[in-house]
Design a binder for this molecule. Sequence first.
Ligand code: OGA
Ligand code: MN
Length: 207
Amino acid sequence: MSSSTSLRPLLHDNYDAIADALAGPGFIILDDAFNAGLTLGLIDVLAERADQLTRAGVGRAGDYQLNDSVRGDAIQWLEPGAAAVTEFLSAMDKLRGALNERLFLGLADYEAHFASYTPGAFYKKHRDAFLGQPGRKVSSVFYLNPDWDLAAGGELVLYDEAGEQELVRIAPECGRLVLFLSEDFPHEVLPARNARQSIAGWFRIKP
Ligand code: OGA
Ligand code: MN
């Protein structure tokens, strides 16, 4: 392998492995998913926008509500603009195409937001999508926490389809990308001692 090949972002080199994982276990954890420059660029953008994030709600349209007992994060939806954000969205769009080619998922778009959890904030066990309904098919979380203290909590916990058995606990370590089938895995964010930052996103099919 040439040195230029090994410098390529890991995500681009692993479309086959990602597709296999989504078709098999249904989830995958990728460390150093992007080059360090992009990850640091996203951290900078989020830091600049810290005071623009707004408290996230639960539910859509008609039954949208703020609910501290369910989720405590503040969010900002991503739009192309800042170079790092544009590059991230473009990389995720390439992944969307690669997954469609390999799995015939018919993913039509990708929506994502920055998310910031203050110490103690959590997101109770939930599903990102319900079986057979149009919308979110593949969930993604990309973590932006340099030097994350593994003793600080804040793990993402994936459960089996029934929501009873814990499958995996994932620390929100910087550069880590988690992908999972939105309909298949109830999941939760445990409270952390430290502030916890990420980009949560969803590949969707057209209704
Ligand atoms: C979400 C979510 C997981 C995480 O935003 O829907 O489940 O680890 N996030 O931040
Ligand atoms: Mn979720």
